[in-house]
Design a protein around this ligand. Structure first.
Ligand code: HGY
Ligand code: MN
Ligand code: MN
Length: 443
């Protein structure tokens, strides 16, 4: 089994074909969660799953799991990711983890290999969160940290209700949430940053995911004439939004370390050249690998918004959209990814993830970990997103042999003692992240 390898050409072909669904200029994809494009992407991947004879289930939040039987029953070793994208997405973010999982199962079927434990590949609903906040929504519900009822009532940035959209695209499944607890979960994903490429490594053994804080800020001032209103008379919501945006940038520079801050959306009203903005609505994405530092950043921003609001005579309302504390992956899995990469001859390094991933939610249920491959130029959430085919194949081969070792196949290096992993599995509920204080979309 040591010589078993995936078919890199077949993986690349499927990525190319899925990349054509919701294709946008520049070679990227636009498949926002629960849109018609997302449905088309889902239908294509489900067809591939069924063509492989896998047992496909759709759960109450639209997560899709395809399972391949093992010689023993019991909980599967699971892999997967997401196939929804941001509106200006690339063709590898999420898609790689799902299609590489499919490739692994097809490779095992062709080789006539049956693992001891069942194997499963899943795609989770609305991982991106950019249409329906919070992100990692499907895996959050799968992990039992949000009820389906609460999720169904989430409102999108375009006003749609999540439950209605899920039914409309035909993916409101019957399999209950929370989902079945897997034996272990491993996610292959592009790094989406510059670390591996800069360091010359091919594989990242991901140690965890940084904390995420999303909030929507609504500033209400007074629309007024741009020419006749003296500056001292103004209650300019646009100015407060701009000053807050600069503050977020400067705060990240001041705090340093892993602190990052982004104002990614900004909407002014009435949005006219000769009218002082009476209302500004924008979002702030703060992240840090360290929870106390992330809280410090949130508190500093809250204080600055209060100061700006008082000085400009406007009101400032804040609405949390997502809040997840940093997550550490299971050390045994991090070690297994690293040793498997070494056994396959791929230079590897450990690193935290700057992006959120479904694996951080699955880590609440079972031992979880991730495998990264390089992103060209560190670019992602951009049609120019690219990963070299040989890196895609390398990642899929590390996934293949990591899953084989977890599922009781032959080991490449030091076999991971399944009993040790069982012992590592969280007995009490895994330390749950701070729950999103609220997760609705715009009111
Ligand atoms: O926002 C994120 O980190 C992920 O792409 N959902
Ligand atoms: Mn992703
Ligand atoms: Mn993404």
């Amino acid at each position: 089994m040591e010589t078993l390898r995936v078919r890199g050409d077949r993986l690349s072909r499927r990525l190319e074909e899925l990349g054509q669904v919701g294709a946008i200029e520049g070679g990227g994809c636009a498949r926002l969660a629960l849109t018609d494009a997302d449905r088309a992407g889902r239908d294509l991947v489900v067809t591939w799953m069924r063509d492989l004879g896998l047992d496909v289930t759709i759960d109450e939040i639209g997560n899709v799991t395809a399972e391949r039987a093992g010689s023993d029953g019991g909980p599967p070793v699971m892999c997967g990711s997401h196939i929804d994208t941001v509106a200006t997405g690339g063709r590898y973010d999420g898609n790689l983890g799902v299609l590489a999982g499919l490739e692994v199962l097809e490779t095992l079927a062709e080789a006539g290999v049956t693992t001891r434990r069942p194997l499963a590949v899943a795609f989770f609903t609305d991982e991106e969160g950019s249409r329906f906040a919070p992100d990692m929504l499907g895996s959050l519900v799968y992990a039992g940290a949000m009820t389906v009822e609460e999720a169904y009532d989430l409102v999108a940035i375009d006003g749609a209700r999540l439950g209605d959209e899920l039914a409309r695209i035909g993916y409101l499944g019957a399999t209950p949430c929370p989902g079945r607890v897997p034996h272990a979960y491993v996610e292959l994903h592009i790094e989406q940053g510059p670390v591996l490429e800069t360091g010359g490594e091919v594989i990242g053994a991901v140690t965890g995911v940084q904390g995420i804080s999303w909030q929507e800020v609504t500033v209400t001032g007074q629309s007024n004439h741009a020419g006749t209103t003296p500056m001292s008379y103004r209650h300019d919501a646009g100015y407060v939004a701009a000053a807050a945006t600069v503050f977020v940038r400067d705060l990240a520079a001041e705090l340093g370390g892993h602190q990052v801050g982004t104002v990614g959306t900004l909407d002014l009203h009435p949005d006219l050249v000769n009218v002082v903005a009476g209302r500004a609505r924008f979002t702030v994405d703060l992240r840090n690998t360290d929870e106390p530092d992330l809280r410090r950043a949130e508190d500093r921003l809250a204080g600055e918004l209060e100061r700006l609001g008082a000085a400009e005579g406007v009101t400032v309302a804040r609405r949390p959209l997502a809040r997840f504390a940093p997550v550490e992956f299971d050390p045994a899995i991090v070690e297994l990814v690293e040793s498997t990469a070494a056994s396959l001859g791929f230079p590897a390094r450990r690193l935290p993830s700057g992006a959120g991933h479904d694996a951080q939610m699955m880590a609440r249920l079972c031992p979880a970990g991730m495998i990264f491959v390089p992103s060209a130029g560190g670019i992602s959430h951009n049609p120019a997103e690219h990963t070299d085919p040989e890196h895609l194949e390398a990642g899929a081969n590390v996934l293949l042999h990591t899953l084989l070792q977890l599922a009781g196949g032959l080991s490449l290096g030091a076999a991971l003692d399944a009993a040790a992993l069982d012992a590592a599995a969280p007995t009490a509920a895994a330390p749950t992240a701070a729950e999103p204080e609220s997760s609705g979309g715009p009111a």
